[in-house]
Design a protein around this ligand. Sequence first.
Ligand SMILES: [Zn+2]
Length: 93
Amino acid sequence: MLYASASIFANRPIVSYAPIMVEALIEHQGALFKRKHDGEYHQAVFCPTCEGLTSSLADMLCFYCSRCNWRSEFTGKQLPAVMKDLPDADADG
Ligand SMILES: [Zn+2]
């Protein structure tokens, strides 16, 4: 029967985001970050409201979404430190 195949998924924890091999949007510090297939993150901040790409003017200001006026809690200058705390794909399993 087909029951044997179910055991493959039995030990798999239920996660709220997509598996590692798929590009995924990870919520962190109130913003969204995009993880690439290789587990690295794009050096970009995405809006948690409309998932649009945001920008930080000269790294001095908070990231801003021109579509819905969302603003991040951190500035462009703080981005490297913020991204350091992102969940590490390598740590999984
Ligand atoms: Zn937005």
